[in-house]
Design a protein around this ligand. Structure first.
Ligand SMILES: [Zn+2]
Length: 491
């Protein structure tokens, strides 16, 4: 009897195992597979590539500590199980700039710093954006910087000089991404229009509209977009870069710019309607700017905005399992160190009262130097005596290259630090949090790449930024054509 019972149980268990195996088989085969046998991997229908510009491991860690200590929640990015380390050097430097880094991330080729999608020998590269378009995929590009800034620009343009932003803007209607959202309106409107940075009368907004784009300029505009009825979307939400997240949430005039998560979700709803597949790049572009100016609080808030966008996408992934989500950085900025001096202390929570970016405070103070104290107080800088003595050392608007402490950096320092008050507040903020910076530029530090979704296993290990383009292309079944010959040399 016992033997029979055992037999029955075993048969039941076998049936159960078989049924579970069948369910697993159905689930697994619902997602296409690349390769064969032991090497086969699940293949995504679409990839969302999040790039934190300048987001090294310590930019993430400081945001995680702030989030845990002040907001009582962990960083969602930290929950992603598959991670890799990524090297970022460019063709001509161990320290990459954003143009060379994003070219590598999208195309798999190293170029010189400052160059977008053109090899040192002059040949033009063919990247994942071009390959996706050619294969009939939908393509989206989102950034909190100007749309013509290096990281978004490298997806849709080629330029020997990243600073030639009019030339880059001209290439947007040629490429025709399905969705493009960022700042940078100044490069898309004719020179006669207020705030324009163009040297001609081209109106690229009109050109885009004539190509069927729905055009939006604010967060409320974006909310009104029905993704199911929108095929092509262009959003330009500021003349130059969009606001730092810290200012967007605290300055009423900036509150109508959309946050990164809203832009991402609208783009995703439009792009994923394409049955062929899609590629979406989402850049939190201003972590880099904050760190160039030694503004840890602004860096933390822009990193948290990126984390929120990732959270929304991972939520969406629960019902759309065919999307691969990647989070990486193009490089680290500033050489951020979490700890200074001789004490084992880090006080990220001390940043809690600070309500504005240093760049915003610098602009306000330069406009109204007489209101220095009240502006600082409203921005969360209630100065102690030592801090007040530091701030009063020079005039707030003193050019940084004329500050003796910074004179060694000559003219170049003005690209990163805009005035004495900007620099002094950075010192105060960093000192309060007990953090430090090795410089004002990018560093050679490898960055972390996170992956979740079909094909995620490809992204574990130690690899170069060029490998990310190759891995993404392989998973999407796209071919990154070899660079075009010299006959197609860029101007
Ligand atoms: Zn960058």
């Amino acid at each position: 009897m016992r033997g029979v019972l055992r037999e029955v149980k075993t048969v039941k268990a076998r049936n159960c195992v078989a049924r579970i195996s069948l369910i697993i088989l159905v689930l697994v085969t619902a997602i296409p597979v690349v390769g064969s046998g032991a090497e086969s991997v699940r293949r995504p229908k679409g990839i969302i590539l999040f790039i934190g510009d300048g987001m090294g491991i310590n930019q993430l860690r400081s945001a995680a500590i702030y989030s845990r200590q002040i907001l009582n929640k962990p960083l969602v990015i930290d929950s992603i199980g598959t991670i890799g380390m990524t090297t970022t050097f460019s063709a001509d430097s161990e320290i990459t700039d954003s143009a060379a880094a994003s070219t590598a991330l999208y195309s798999g080729h190293k170029v010189n710093n400052g160059v977008i999608n053109i090899l040192p020998d002059g040949r033009q590269v063919f990247n994942i954006g071009h390959a996706a378009k050619k294969a009939g995929f939908s393509v989206g590009v989102i950034s909190t910087t100007r749309l013509t800034h290096a990281t978004p620009a490298a997806l849709y343009s080629r330029s020997p000089h990243r600073d030639d932003e009019n030339f880059i803007a001209d290439q947007l209607p040629e490429f025709e991404p399905d969705v493009a959202m960022a700042g940078g309106l100044a490069y898309f409107i004719p020179r006669t229009r207020e705030g324009s940075k163009r040297k001609d009368d081209k109106d690229l907004i009109e050109v885009m509209k004539s190509k069927g784009y729905r055009y939006v300029t604010s967060g409320s505009d974006l909310k009104a977009v029905d993704p199911s009825a929108t095929r092509k979307l262009l959003g330009l939400f500021a003349l130059s870069h969009m606001a730092y997240e810290l200012d967007r949430v605290n300055v009423p005039e900036l509150a109508n710019q959309p946050d990164l998560a809203s832009m991402t979700m609208v783009a995703l709803s439009i792009l994923e309607r394409n049955p062929r597949g899609f590629f979406l790049m989402v850049e939190a572009g201003r972590i880099d700017h904050a760190c160039h100016g030694h503004d840890i609080k602004a860096s933390i808030y822009d990193t948290l905005a990126l984390d929120e966008a990732v959270r929304r996408v991972l939520e969406h992934q629960k019902t759309h399992a065919d999307v691969l989500v990647l989070v990486t950085a193009d490089h680290e900025t500033g050489g951020l160190g979490l700890g200074t001096g001789t004490e084992y202390t880090l006080d990220i929570a001390a940043l809690r009262p600070i309500k504005n970016s240093l760049e915003y405070l610098h602009r306000r103070i330069l406009k109204q130097p007489g209101d220095l104290d009240s502006i600082l107080k409203s921005g969360g800088f209630d100065l102690n005596d030592k801090e007040r003595a530091l701030v009063s050392k020079y005039a707030p608007g003193q050019s940084p290259d004329a500050v003796p402490e910074l004179s060694a950096y000559k003219e170049k320092i003005k690209q990163y630090v805009f005035s004495w008050i900007h620099y002094a507040l950075g010192l105060i903020e960093s000192d309060r949090a007990r953090i430090g910076w090795t410089g004002f530029v990018h560093t050679a530090q490898p960055v972390v790449t996170y992956a979740v979704g079909p094909g995620e296993e490809e992204f574990s290990g130690y690899y170069d930024n060029t490998d990310i383009a190759k891995k993404m292309a392989k998973l999407l079944g796209l071919i990154l054509d070899p660079p075009a010959s010299d006959s197609k040399k860029a101007p």
